[in-house]
Structure formats: structure tokens, C-alpha cells
Design a protein around this ligand. Structure first.
Ligand code: NDP
Length: 255
């Protein structure tokens, strides 16, 4: 059975990685998915094509989060796409997945104020503004899912600013869960551990080995494994979960 048929979803940063796997997963459950990207329109189109090949429905929306006017730009395209495909502008599921990351291994002392601004703008401020704006489109029973990180629970000094921004995102989850409960809208965080998104560091065998050791299962996570958790939260079966942080780390926090 398609648990999300008749529903619509926006997944930020779904041109690749966990976002792409999430967009594919939501579409497989029947949702019409707005595939958002920042820079890589071609990659976003690939996600759309993969969904269509799978028998699903999707369209791409582009906006560089953190840049002036990005939220307006995104919602302009989102509403146009929803109207074209459904005749309405209802958005049932918002997944805040796009994020700016810091290079691994850098010392906290090297972080500049400008880099901090960029990371907070994309990882914390943009999700808040997206939620704020999306609330006009989200009906009762809607879903907001914020992709946080295991680094909010485990010290990684080189990631301190990134972790601070994800900590702020988790606060969005907590306070909006209370605020939106009267509308039966659930708001939750998902915490991925190290997940092979195909990026440069995952091409280095020694780095892969080292990262794999962090999980209790002694391997890297796959984007689909995080996506399954997000898709579950998007369904009606997860209606009794709100304000929660779901661990999708393969036991990386077990100690
Ligand atoms: P990727 O780095 O593979 O992809 C990032 C996505 O976000 C891309 O689609 C990119 O779009 C988009 N994006 C980045 N910056 C912007 C921006 N300023 N404006 C618009 N879009 C932007 O990400 P992952 O799949 O690795 O991560 C997804 C989420 O999971 C993130 O929130 C991340 O913090 C979190 N996470 C990931 C972990 C991992 O090990 N991979 C571990 C813990 C958490 P484009 O390329 O088109 O610009």
C-alpha cells in the first residue's frame, strides 16, 4: 500500500545524498516530491528522473539557501509546481535536509566569523524561515522533519560550529512540536551518523575504514538507511511521535 498517496513533500537538498534517497523514498510511498537543490540543477533533475523512472511524481525547485531572497524564490517555484501537478498549493511534508558543512579535521581555532555566518544561515536560519513560510501551506496532520546530526551528542571538536547549528535546528524541533500540536502537525529530528553520501572523503579507503569503526555495526551508513527513518516519520503511522530525536546512526552513540 502507498502510505503517502495524495500527499506532497518538499525535501531541501535532495539533489544528492540523504536528501535524494529521502525524495526517492517519499515518492515510492506515493508522495509528489519537490526536489530542492542549491547549485546543482542537473543533479536535482537526475533525482526527478530517477523518481519518474520508478513510477513516481516529482519536480525540481532551486534556491541557494542563505542568499537574499532565497525563501521567496523557493516558495514561488514550489507553489507553481504544486499548483501545476495538483491544482492546489497544499504541502503535507517538509524535510529540512540541506546543510552547509565544515571541512573535516580543521581546528576550531581556524573557523572564521564569515564561515560561521554561512553555516548558521543555511543550517539553522533557513529551516526556521522555511517552516515559518510553509505553515501557510501545511494542513492539519502535516509533518516537519529536521535532519540534525550525531555530532549534537558526541564531541567532535573540528565540527563545533556545524554542531552548534544542528543544536539550534533541534531547538526548532522542540518548540515547534509544542506550537503545532493543536494542528496535529508533528515535528521531529533525525540524527544520522556517518553516511556515505559519495563525497570526496568517502573515496579514501583509510578514511572509510576509520569512519566505519564509529558505528556499532562497524560500517558506514547508506543514505537509504537514514531515508527509511524519515519516510516513516512522514507517514500516518508516526502520528504519536513529536518533538523527538530519532537516532539513525547505526549505534554510533552507544559508547
Ligand atoms: P550532501 O553534502 O551529500 O548534500 C547536501 C545537499 O544540500 C545537496 O543537495 C546540496 O545541493 C544542498 N545544499 C547545501 N548547501 C545548500 C545551500 N546553501 N542552499 C541550498 N541547498 C544546499 O549531504 P548529505 O546527504 O551528506 O547530508 C544531508 C543531511 O544530513 C545534512 O543536513 C547533513 O548535515 C546531515 N548529516 C549528514 C551526515 C553524513 O555523514 N553524510 C552525518 C550527519 C548528518 P546542491 O549541491 O545542489 O547545492
Amino acid at each position: 500500500a502507498s502510505t503517502l498517496s495524495g500527499k506532497t513533500a518538499l525535501v531541501t537538498g535532495s539533489s544528492r545524498g540523504i536528501g535524494r534517497a529521502t525524495a526517492l523514498g517519499l515518492a515510492r510511498e506515493g508522495a509528489l516530491v519537490a526536489v530542492h537543490y542549491g547549485r546543482d540543477q542537473q543533479a536535482a533533475q537526475q533525482t526527478v528522473d530517477l523518481i519518474k523512472k520508478d513510477g513516481g511524481r516529482a519536480f525540481a525547485v532551486g534556491a541557494q539557501l542563505g542568499a537574499p531572497g532565497a525563501i521567496d524564490q523557493l516558495f514561488h517555484q514550489l507553489e507553481a509546481g504544486l499548483r501545476e501537478h495538483t491544482g492546489k498549493t497544499v504541502l503535507n511534508v517538509l524535510v529540512n535536509n540541506a546543510a552547509a558543512t565544515t571541512p573535516t579535521g580543521g581546528a576550531p581555532e581556524e573557523m572564521s566569523a564569515e564561515q560561521m555566518d554561512e553555516i548558521f544561515a543555511v543550517n539553522a536560519k533557513a529551516p526556521f524561515l522555511l517552516v515559518q513560510r510553509a505553515l501557510g501551506l501545511i494542513p492539519d496532520g502535516g509533518r516537519i522533519i529536521n535532519i540534525s546530526s550525531a555530532v549534537t551528542r558526541r564531541a567532535v571538536p573540528s565540527q563545533v560550529v556545524y554542531a552548534m547549528s544542528k543544536g539550534a535546528l533541534d531547538q526548532l524541533t522542540l518548540h515547534f512540536a509544542r506550537h503545532l500540536a493543536p494542528r496535529q502537525i508533528t515535528v521531529n529530528s533525525v540524527l544520522p551518523g556517518i553516511t556515505d553520501n559519495g563525497g570526496a572523503v568517502f573515496q579514501i579507503p583509510e578514511a572509510r575504514e576509520q569512519m566505519a569503526r564509529l558505528s556499532a555495526f562497524k560500517r558506514l551508513g547508506e543514505p537509504e538507511e537514514v531515508a527509511h527513518v524519515v519516510v516513516f516519520l512522514a507517514t500516518d503511522r508516526a502520528r504519536w511521535i513529536t518533538g523527538a530525536s530519532l537516532d539513525a546512526t547505526g549505534g554510533s552513540l552507544l559508547g
